[in-house]
Design a binder for this molecule. Structure first.
Ligand code: A2P
Ligand code: 11C
Length: 338
């Protein structure tokens, strides 16, 4: 069974990775269309060893495809995802536009693949935020085994989460600083090179940022548990690819570090790298960059809480955090429903 696919936002960081992953995983593609804004129409992107001419999203007829992988920014998805769905294309949307609508499924295939069935409601499936996805993959086995009542999480997020202009800004600021030139901050409110910024996305009325609140809202929706308490601090660090997270959980029943490791030995999508010696843990650059799994290490029982457990979780934010998760959703869709 072949499926015709449109990648929307194909010239962006996530769109490029979507094309690469469709090819790598041998997704059963028939025809692939690369769509972006009028600005880049006529340029080319790669798909395997072929190059595809980028077409203007505004001109595209979505009745030509069965699946649309969208990552063009929330306001563009707001306009075009419903149009594509009305033309019979199932949209898998990587933006935050539809995630919190009750009738739109929000899916991490290792956690709640059954929710894909609800694509029938509006023809749209939402892909969660990158920092939520890797946390869900890591916590699901523990949630199922002993329950989780509360999550405290601090993130260390790569600049690729903000798209290509942010990657260019980190590179340029780094080069400027090393060459004694003055630094300009445009994408981020302060210098990101050699710095750490405790702000991702805009501030909300409660003092949390929107990135932090996404982790709260999305965790509850994906786990299907409104009672989970989530307390995030989301931080941008000068890393190009790979989000890291220090996660502290409180479980319903006690779980030991050894029991937790045993769960991970047989969990889908997880690589356990946890040796109590120098370097015996995963890092964004060395392990996760360009890779599919979620890496977990530093598992230990919390010395300050009887039912507390600490974890270090790393994944490639552009792959598992965005493009790969979207393609995995498409795989479930094609295998079970289309
Ligand atoms: P374009 O290159 O034509 O601007 P990133 O998040 O890495 O910056 O990528 C954003 C992606 O979304 C790019 O492919 C970009 O295309 C695309 N995009 C942005 N605005 C629009 C729009 N109005 N219509 C279609 N695609 C858009
Ligand atoms: C970041 N998590 O790292 C953001 C990017 O809701 O899909 C993804 C924003 C989103 O900047």
């Amino acid at each position: 069974k072949k499926v015709d696919v449109a990648v929307v936002g194909a010239t962006g960081a996530v769109g490029e990775a979507m094309l690469e992953i469709l090819h790598q995983r041998q997704f059963p593609v028939g025809k692939v269309y690369a769509l972006a804004s009028e600005r880049s129409a006529g340029s080319t992107v790669s798909f395997g060893n072929k190059s595809i001419i980028v077409e203007d999203l505004a001109e595209f007829d979505f009745s030509k495809v069965q699946v649309g992988l969208f990552s063009p920014g929330a306001s563009v998805s707001a306009e075009y995802a419903p149009k594509a769905a009305a033309a019979g294309c199932v949209v898998i949307d990587n933006t935050s536009q539809f995630r919190y609508d009750d009738d739109i499924p929000l899916v991490v295939p290792e956690v709640n693949p059954e929710a894909v069935a609800d694509y029938k409601n509006r023809g749209i499936i939402a892909n969660p935020n990158c920092s939520t996805i890797q946390m869900m993959v890591a916590l699901k086995p523990i949630y199922d085994a002993v329950g989780i009542t509360r999550i405290n999480v601090c993130t260390y997020q790569a600049v690729s989460g903000s798209g290509k202009p942010a990657m260019d800004e980190l590179a340029k600021q780094t080069a400027d600083l090393l060459n004694g030139r003055p630094v300009k901050a445009e994408v981020y409110p302060k210098q990101i090179a050699f710095n750490v910024l405790p702000q991702i996305d805009v501030f909300m009325d409660n003092g949390y940022t929107k990135e932090e609140m996404k982790m709260v809202w999305e965790t509850r929706k994906i786990m299907g548990d409104e009672s989970i308490q989530v307390n995030p601090t989301a931080v941008r660090v000068p890393v190009f690819f790979g989000h890291s997270e220090a996660i502290h959980i409180e479980t319903r029943d006690k779980i030991t570090a050894e029991q937790c490791k045993a769960l991970y030995e047989k969990a889908d999508g997880i690589v356990l790298l946890d040796e109590r010696k120098d370097g015996g843990y995963p890092t964004a650059v060395t392990e996760s960059s360009g890779q599919d799994p979620v890496f977990v290490g530093r598992i230990r029982e919390d010395i300050s809480h009887e039912k507390g457990l600490d974890l270090w979780v790393v994944a490639d934010n552009v792959r598992k955090g965005a493009a790969l998760n979207s393609v995995q959703i498409a795989e479930v869709l094609v295998e079970k429903y289309l």
